[in-house]
Each structure stands twice: as structure tokens, then as C-alpha cells.
Design a protein around this ligand. Sequence first.
Ligand SMILES: NC(=O)C1=CN([C@@H]2O[C@H](COP(=O)(O)OP(=O)(O)OC[C@H]3O[C@@H](n4cnc5c(N)ncnc54)[C@H](OP(=O)(O)O)[C@@H]3O)[C@@H](O)[C@H]2O)C=CC1
Ligand SMILES: Nc1nc(=O)c2c([nH]1)NC[C@@H]1CN(c3ccc(C(=O)N[C@@H](CCC(=O)O)C(=O)O)cc3)C=[N+]21
Length: 294
Amino acid sequence: MTAKIIDGKVIAADLRARVAEEVARVKRDHNLVPGLAVVLVGNDPASEVYVRSKHTQTQAAGMASFEHKLPADVSQADLLAVVAKLNRDPSVHGILVQLPLPKGLNTEAVINAIDPAKDVDGLHPNNAGRLAGGFEALSPCTPLGCIILTKSVHPSLEGMNAVVIGRSNLVGRPLVQLLLNENATVTIAHSRSRDLPGIVKQADLVYAAVGRPEMVRGDWLKPGATVIDIGINRIPKDDGKTRLVGDIAYQEALAVAGAVTPVPGGVGQMTVACLLVNTLRAACAIAGLPKPTV
Ligand SMILES: NC(=O)C1=CN([C@@H]2O[C@H](COP(=O)(O)OP(=O)(O)OC[C@H]3O[C@@H](n4cnc5c(N)ncnc54)[C@H](OP(=O)(O)O)[C@@H]3O)[C@@H](O)[C@H]2O)C=CC1
Ligand SMILES: Nc1nc(=O)c2c([nH]1)NC[C@@H]1CN(c3ccc(C(=O)N[C@@H](CCC(=O)O)C(=O)O)cc3)C=[N+]21
């Protein structure tokens, strides 16, 4: 058996095209140009790659893109002042502060300072709490992308056994909430879980958001399972360059699973596309317009 490869590139491109159509519509009918501001502190090369692709794709969708690069030694007060300015700026509808922040900065205070209406990362406690309560909320982009990729294989997740490995505020926890909203039965695993292979064996849907290269082995999987690999790990190659691998042993998974997402070309593609969706949604909500159809 060889698993279906879920093509994040194609699904993300389709989503971005639908966002671009809606952006053109709100521009034409309401003179509204959704704007996304990204704040990058320091110069982590991986973050710079992500921020650049976000910038290109935001503009390609017809939205405004603003970048704020701050030195790694920026003070907490100066960073908070940038956030406050973006909160007040009417051309900005989405604010993303790239994480992790350099040591010495208080991440929680920075997230709390973002206007929840512009919190396109869904990290502000208002949004995280609303999501956990089952209320409408801006939800984190990576989990949103995971749900879309899963539904490309299983249009309904009702009653399926899902295992989420990882419980971060950015990925694992919000993914659990979105899966509950889809009526899946959800198990949450983490570094203190016992018998992870045994837990994964029960799952129709496996989500790995750990940050450990190829941790989930093929023989952990239930045959036919749908496997969504969220991990992005940079591994050194012999030629001095690096390659990306996920948290799942991809070649092994292909032989056992029903469907698998590749890394790169899977979840990462969806994260950026969903950021555009959230920015469009935030812009419409702030402007008092009806919810967009994407
Ligand atoms: N594709 C994309 O768009 C994105 C990819 N990522 C990638 O996803 C991965 C996870 O990111 P993030 O959630 O931010 O990472 P965090 O480091 O915040 O969280 C990792 C989680 O994995 C758990 N964990 C660590 N070791 C083990 C283990 N041996 N067994 C089981 N669980 C373990 C931790 O458990 P505990 O809570 O007990 O410490 C924690 O909950 C990374 O590779 C990151 O690069 C992240 C964001 C977006
Ligand atoms: N506030 C905040 N929000 C985030 O959503 C956030 C963050 N901080 N910090 C870092 C992580 C990581 N992340 C990725 C997004 C896209 C790709 C992506 O586009 N990946 C491509 C490949 C990129 C490459 O080749 O390097 C792919 O998987 O196909 C990867 C990783 C968002 N994150």
C-alpha cells in the first residue's frame, strides 16, 4: 500500500486564489484594502524565509503588507510601542509578531498588547479563550490549515479518533479545539505521555507538532490513518546546506498510512494561506462587513 500524498501546495494555491477574489470584491464594493503587519525581532534565518513568503503572498492576494524589522536587542517598551502604533493604524487589520522572541523579551505581555480584533495569529487570550469556549474567534493559522488538509481527505471528521502530539499555544492546543468543533474524539499527547506508539496506534487522524525530526515511526501508525506532519526541522546535509524534515518518518509513513502530508509542501504552505484568510476576516469584521465566504 502506498499512501495518498496530500498536496499542500495545490490546496494552498486554491485557497489563496479564493482569498484574492474576495479581496478584489471588498476593494470594489467597499473600498477596503485588508492590511497585514508582520513584526520580526532579530534575524533568525528561518523566520526571515517565512516572513518573506508571507510578504510576497499578501501582495499577490491584493492586500497591503507591512514589515517591521527590529533589532534583537530592542527593548520591551519599544516593541510594545510598535504594537500600539499598529493597533491604532486604520490601514492595518492583522498583526503578527513572529515567535519565538529573543530572550529578555516578555512574549506574554507582547501578545496581550495586540488588539484582539487584529490578532490574526489567534494567540491573544481573548481569542484563545473564545476558541476554547466554542465561540467564534480568530484561530491560529497552522491548526486551521491542518483542518483544511484533513478535510481534503475526509469531508467529515465526526466520530474519528484524532491524536494531537504537542500542546503549544500556537499549534497543539488550538488544533485540539478545532478538532472538537469538527466532532472528532481527541487525545492530546505531550512529552509526559506514556506509550506514545500505543496512543498513536488508535488514531484515524495523527497530528505531530513536536519539533523532533522523524519521531513518529511508520510502525506506530494504524494502517490507513491520515497523517498530518506539522514539524519543520532543519537537518544539516553533507554539503553544508540544510534540508527540511517533519516530525514523522515520511518514507515509512507512506507504506502504512492512507494519506500523508509532505514537508515541505504540506502544512507550512497552508499556514501562510490561512494567515491571508484571517487578515481578510479581520478586515471585514473591523469594517462591519458580513463575513467573507472564504
Ligand atoms: N508548519 C507550520 O506552519 C508550523 C510548524 N511548526 C513546527 O511545529 C513543531 C512544533 O511547534 P510548536 O508547537 O511551536 O513547538 P513547542 O516546542 O512549543 O511544543 C512542542 C510540543 O511537543 C511536545 N513534545 C516534546 N518532546 C516530545 C516527545 N518526546 N514526545 C511527545 N511530545 C513531545 C512538548 O511537550 P511539553 O508540553 O510536555 O513540553 C510540546 O507540547 C516545530 O517543529 C515547529 O517548527 C510550528 C508552527 C507552524
Ligand atoms: N507568531 C507566529 N506565528 C506563526 O505562525 C509562526 C511563528 N510565529 N513562528 C514560526 C512558525 C513557523 N511557521 C511556518 C510558516 C510557514 C512555513 C512554510 O511556508 N513552509 C514551507 C517551506 C519553507 C522553506 O522551504 O523553508 C513548506 O513547508 O512548504 C513554515 C513555518 C509559522 N510560525
